[in-house]
Design a protein around this ligand. Structure first.
Ligand SMILES: [Zn+2]
Length: 72
């Protein structure tokens, strides 16, 4: 019988045989801190009510833009 040890990144859930690789993956992820800006379209152009873009402040201080890709 063989015993297998796997390490899982706590953020993306990817599994690794190597602990350092899993740790490197986990430390590479930047976590969102707060939403800095939100853009909506009028009801005539988008009746979903959801934002089309948001600007997110990450833990490392960078601002990253996210765009809605499909209708909800
Ligand atoms: Zn990861």
């Amino acid at each position: 019988m063989n015993i297998l040890t796997r390490y899982e990144c706590g953020c993306c859930k990817t599994q690794y045989a190597d602990r350092d690789a899993a740790l490197k993956c986990e430390l590479n992820h930047k976590c969102p801190v707060d939403i800095k800006a939100v853009r909506y379209l009028s009801i005539a152009n988008d009746n979903t009510g959801y934002p089309v873009t948001i600007m997110v402040r990450m833990g490392d201080g960078h601002l990253v833009a996210y765009k809605r890709q499909r209708e909800v």
